[in-house]
Ligand binder design. Structure first.
Ligand SMILES: Nc1ncnc2c1ncn2[C@@H]1O[C@H](COP(=O)(O)OP(=O)(O)OP(=O)(O)O)[C@@H](O)[C@H]1O
Ligand SMILES: [Mg+2]
Ligand SMILES: [Zn+2]
Length: 249
């Protein structure tokens, strides 16, 4: 969304200045107008790097579509509670579960709602683990370049790190990811992780989250986050396919 001069010039509250005068204890003081706050919030959503495919996601449109799956309703309630509490909570979220169960949907919905409704100025970022690993690997030596990539992710108020543990990593990339997670841990910054990996893989030979991201990252996760497990079926396969005559979105 691009801004136009019209965004403010039509505002009846501030006459397009972005500021209103209010009386406080008999003294007139300048306050940022609602329209300016809305603009800041919209900008924050635009700068969060949310993939287009997930921009439509809200908590309101998360369907409790499978009555046999109590984890859907529980997950939705817990994510809503996180949003309601934000920023007054010390726990982020880890959304765990199989493919297509709505983990990314819920994580993005939470991020967008926080940016749209909480105090303007909250900085949020979405990062996909696999792309992040690739970006870091492209800096080759792991020096200055990778720190530049990680800086906004270390510093933002709310980070969504999607698909934790996916793809191929190397020990030095893992060290940088540890730096990211540990920096946020030390500063009590809130993070929502999603992952396909669990602590107790169902099938023999399948890797656990610890296998994928190392014990030191995993143990910080549990301290930083509440765990939310989705155990149900694949929404893509069952709902989107049915709705669109067998074609997946
Ligand atoms: N309960 C739901 N209500 C509405 N839409 C849903 C629901 N669950 C999933 N979706 C939609 O289905 C698609 C797949 O969901 P999503 O990408 O969130 O799954 P995921 O658990 O992150 O899967 P993966 O492990 O493959 O990343 C998305 O378009 C999402 O918006
Ligand atoms: Mg996902
Ligand atoms: Zn205004």
């Amino acid at each position: 969304m691009t801004e136009t001069a019209n965004d403010t010039s039509t505002c009846p509250l501030c006459d397009g200045t972005g500021w209103t005068l209010v009386l406080e204890d008999g003294v007139e003081i300048a306050r940022r107008c609602e329209c300016a706050e809305d603009r800041l919030r919209r900008r924050a959503v635009e700068r969060a790097h949310i993939p287009d495919r997930y921009r439509h996601c809200t908590l309101d449109d998360f369907e409790l579509w499978n009555p046999e799956d109590p984890t859907l309703g529980k997950a939705l309630r817990e994510v809503q509670e996180f949003v309601d509490l934000f920023p007054n909570t010390d726990k982020g979220l880890v959304l765990m579960g199989p493919v297509g169960t709505g983990k990314t949907h819920l994580a993005v919905a939470a991020l967008q709602q926080v940016l749209a409704e909480k105090r303007p100025g909250v900085v949020g970022r979405f990062a996909d683990f696999t792309s992040l690993v690739l970006e870091i690997q492209m800096t080759f030596d792991g020096s200055g370049g990778s720190r530049e990539i990680l800086k906004p992710l270390v510093e933002c108020d709310l980070l969504v790190l999607d698909e934790l543990g996916a793809g191929k990593t190397s020990p030095w990339v893992m060290d940088l990811l540890y730096y990211l997670v540990n920096s946020r841990y030390l500063e009590n910054r809130l993070t929502i992780f999603t992952t396909n990996y669990s602590d107790f893989p169902k099938k023999a030979g399948e890797e656990s989250l610890t296998d994928r991201v190392s014990q030191r990252i995993r143990s910080r996760l549990w301290e930083m986050c509440r765990r939310i497990e989705l155990r149900g079926r694949d929404y893509r396969a069952e709902r989107l396919a049915g709705r669109e005559g067998g074609l997946l979105r």
